[in-house]
Design a protein around this ligand. Structure first.
Ligand SMILES: [Fe+2]
Length: 302
């Protein structure tokens, strides 16, 4: 599940080495964060004071509005959060374009956030909780099968960030796809293709997106609804939640980084505080191993 890259292994990686592992549903891990971070003094200010200036669960930079959301009005750390998040967002983008030159062209670089709140024991609803094992779905508008890539850094100076997983999308789908109602007995893979209504919605949302850039987040597609259904099944269903099959915990040490296709690896963050999280959408057409993409696994199952 975990593929670790120290500096030597990274230096000798070929253009497809790292991205193939992601496509195979692995978590790519860096014992030392491979991108330059903000100064220790700036990180310490964020760790110490950001949580007290939040109105949401994290401070998040949004490129469509070029601003940081989640902070209370007039938060003193707004300027620092903007600087740290925009610089980190660019540094991760540059690094990933360098090590995955075939995967990253035309990727849509999305939000970059700082999570200063302890993940364990937060009182969130099941669907919003990252403590329950899930695959990412539905929070990014219509992906239409494009891949959700996320890059994490544990910037806590002394405490691990702990994940749990029950395996790749392919493995979890194999075990639970039909129970979740997704190994569609329709005999018709076209259920995943966009119909007239989906096309009309997409066109309307793109029409208003020059006035309201965030509008496209409301978009949807049959594939994204299927993934949302699976996401909710995993979080809601005791049979899945209590099944130990494939369960594994992974500890990410202070100063380490890791990345995964969040739609391709089941995951939960069961404890940890202070992480940087970078998100992007990778075009499905960039896949080197397209047969492993969730949309093609769903198509085959149907
Ligand atoms: Fe997630």
């Amino acid at each position: 599940m975990l593929e670790s890259f120290d500096e030597d292994r990274l230096r000798s990686a070929e253009p497809y080495t790292v991205s193939d592992l992601l496509e195979q549903g692995k978590i790519v891990h860096f014992p030392r964060c491979p991108v330059p971070l903000a100064s220790e003094a700036d990180l310490e200010r964020l760790r110490r004071d950001l949580a007290g200036q939040l109105k949401r669960k994290n401070a998040s930079y949004h490129p469509e509005s070029d601003r940081v959301t989640g902070l209370q009005p007039g938060a003193p750390l707004a300027g620092l959060a903007y600087d740290v998040l925009t610089r980190h967002r660019q540094a991760v983008s540059d690094f990933l374009s360098g090590i995955m030159p075939k995967l990253m062209p035309d990727a849509t670089i999305g939000t970059c956030s700082f999570r200063p709140v302890e993940e364990q024991g937060r009182n969130l609803s099941a669907h919003a909780s990252s403590e329950l094992i899930h695959i990412d779905a539905g929070a990014y508008g219509a992906t239409n099968g494009d891949r959700i890539l996320r890059f994490f850094v544990n910037v806590n100076p002394d405490t691990d960030r702990v994940w749990a997983t029950k395996g790749s999308f392919a493995e979890v789908f194999e075990r639970y796809g039909s129970k979740a109602g997704l190994a569609a007995a329709t005999g018709n893979a076209r259920y995943l293709e966009r119909g007239l209504l989906d096309r009309a919605r997409t066109a309307a949302l793109h029409g208003v997106s020059h006035l309201l850039p965030a509008a496209t987040i409301l978009d949807s597609s049959p594939y994204d609804r299927a993934m949302r259904k699976f996401h909710n099944y995993m979080k809601d269903t005791p049979e899945f939640r209590n099944d130990p099959a494939g369960y594994q915990e992974i500890r990410f040490a202070p100063g380490s980084a890791w990345m995964a296709f969040a739609d391709g690896v089941s995951h939960a963050c069961i404890s940890g505080r202070h992480a940087l999280i970078w998100t992007c959408l990778v075009p499905l057409k960039n896949s080197h191993l397209p047969e492993l993409a969730p949309i093609n696994i769903l198509r085959r199952a149907a």
